[in-house]
Design a protein around this ligand. Structure first.
Ligand SMILES: Nc1ncnc2c1ncn2[C@@H]1O[C@H](COP(=O)(O)OP(=O)(O)OP(=O)(O)O)[C@@H](O)[C@H]1O
Ligand SMILES: [Mg+2]
Length: 358
C-alpha cells in the first residue's frame, strides 16, 4: 500500500478544525500556528498562544496533537507551544477606557434570547439620577440598539473622536448609526475586531459609572476582541428557560471563564408569561431552569424577566418598558435586575482594585 504524501497545506487545513478554547474561531485563523514544517511524514509545529494560562496552552497543544494524529500517514508530531509575548501591533492588550468605571458585557451562547432587550432595559434601569451610563452595541452584523432606543440622528466626530448619541439619559453608540442600512454581513474577522476596538476606544464616552456592551450571539470575533481590548468588570449571561438555551448559557459561561472575566450572573428572560389583560402569571416554558443552571455552575442567579408583549412592543417602538411604562411589573423586573448587577459589579471590582480607573 502506498502511504499518501502529506503537505503542509493539509496540515493547516486539519488544524483549522481545532477551535481556540471557549471560542468558535479556529487556531489557524486566530494566528496561533506560527510555523508548520514537514520532514517526510513527521511534522513540527510552533504554536504561540495568546494566554498566559498553562491550562489553555496545554489544551490547545493536546487538541492540535489529537487532530493531526487522525491524518492518515502521519509520523511523529513535535509541538512547541508557548504563551504569546505581549502584543504590540494591531491588537494591543486590554486597556481601560479613561473615566469608565465598569464595563459589563451582556452575552449569550445562542441568538434571539433577548440580549439586546436586556442590555437596553438594564442600561436604562442602571441610569438612575446620579449614575452616568453608556450603551455600546457591539453586534456588528445585526445592530439592533438604534431600533430599540428609537435614536434619531447620526453621531459626529470631534477632534478625532466620535461623540455618542444621547437618549433617555444614556450615551449610546452603535455601528448601525455609522452604516445606516448598509448590511455589514460580509465583514471578516479582522474588520469586526477593528470596528469593536473603535467603538470602545475611539468614542468619547466621558465619565461613566457603567458602560453596558450588547454582544452578538455566540463566541466569535466580537467577543474575543472585547475581552482583549478592555478590562471587563464582568459578563451577564442571558438565557431562556428551554433546556437548549440553558446549554448555550453554559457555553457563554465557559467563554468568560477561559479569559478570566468574572461572570456577574445569569438572567432568565421570557421566564413566565404575564397576561396583558388580567396580569396573571403563566409558566409557558420550564421556568426556573436559569436558577438551576446558575446553582449547578456556581454563578449568581440575577433574576427572571417575564415574557410580555409590552417588552417586545417597547423594543419595536423605541420606547423600552423601563422608560415607557416604568410602573409595570416588567419594568420592575428590570430594575431588580439592575440593582443585582450593580452590586455584583461593585463586588467584582473590589476583588481587582487595580482595574479602577478615573
Ligand atoms: N421578555 C420579553 N418579552 C417579550 N418579548 C421579548 C422579551 N425579550 C425579548 N423579546 C423580543 O424577542 C425578540 C428578540 O429579542 P432580542 O433582539 O433582544 O434578542 P437578542 O438575543 O439580542 O437577539 P440576537 O441574538 O439576534 O442579537 C425581539 O423581538 C424582542 O422584542
Ligand atoms: Mg441582539
Amino acid at each position: 500500500m502506498v502511504t499518501p504524501t502529506l503537505t503542509t497545506e493539509e496540515i493547516l487545513t486539519t488544524l483549522r478544525k481545532v477551535k481556540y478554547p471557549g471560542f468558535s474561531r479556529d487556531i489557524v485563523s486566530f494566528g496561533v500556528v506560527k510555523d508548520a514544517r514537514l520532514d517526510g511524514a513527521n511534522v513540527s509545529l510552533a504554536l504561540q498562544i495568546p494566554s498566559q494560562d498553562p491550562e489553555v496552552i496545554a489544551k490547545v497543544q493536546a487538541a492540535a496533537r489529537e487532530t493531526l494524529g487522525s491524518l492518515p500517514g502521519i509520523g511523529e508530531i513535535h509541538i512547541q507551544a508557548g504563551a504569546r509575548p505581549a502584543p504590540h501591533d494591531s491588537a494591543p492588550g486590554p486597556s481601560p477606557i479613561p473615566g469608565v468605571r465598569h464595563i459589563i458585557a451582556v452575552a449569550s451562547g445562542k441568538g434571539g434570547v433577548g440580549k439586546t432587550t436586556v442590555a437596553v432595559n438594564l442600561s436604562l434601569a442602571l441610569a438612575r439620577p446620579g449614575a452616568a451610563v453608556g450603551l455600546l452595541d457591539a453586534d456588528i452584523y445585526g445592530p439592533n440598539v438604534p431600533l430599540m432606543l428609537g435614536t434619531p440622528g447620526q453621531p459626529v466626530a470631534e477632534n478625532g473622536k466620535i461623540i455618542p448619541l444621547e437618549r433617555y439619559g444614556l450615551k449610546v453608540m452603535s455601528v448601525g448609526y455609522l452604516l445606516g442600512d448598509q448590511s455589514p454581513v460580509i465583514w471578516r474577522g479582522p474588520l469586526v475586531a477593528q470596528a469593536v476596538r473603535q467603538l470602545l476606544h475611539e468614542v468619547r464616552w466621558g465619565d461613566l459609572d457603567t458602560l453596558v456592551v450588547d454582544l452578538p450571539p455566540g463566541t466569535g470575533d466580537a467577543q474575543l476582541t472585547l475581552v482583549q481590548s478592555v478590562p471587563l468588570t464582568g459578563g451577564v449571561i442571558v438565557t431562556t428557560p428551554s433546556s437548549v438555551a440553558l446549554l448555550d448559557a453554559e457555553k457563554g459561561l465557559r467563554m468568560f471563564r477561559k479569559v478570566r472575566v468574572p461572570v456577574l450572573g445569569i438572567v432568565e428572560n421570557m421566564s413566565y408569561f404575564i397576561c396583558p389583560h388580567c396580569q396573571a402569571e403563566t409558566d409557558v416554558f420550564s421556568r426556573g431552569g436559569g436558577r438551576e443552571v446558575s446553582e449547578a455552575l456556581g454563578v449568581p442567579f440575577l433574576g427572571e424577566i417575564p415574557l410580555h408583549p409590552a417588552i417586545r412592543k417597547g423594543g419595536d417602538t423605541g420606547s423600552p418598558v423601563v422608560v415607557g411604562t416604568p410602573e409595570s411589573a416588567e419594568a420592575r423586573a428590570f430594575r431588580d435586575l439592575a440593582e443585582k448587577v450593580r452590586r455584583a459589579a461593585e463586588a467584582a471590582i473590589e476583588a481587582m482594585p487595580q482595574l479602577i480607573v478615573h
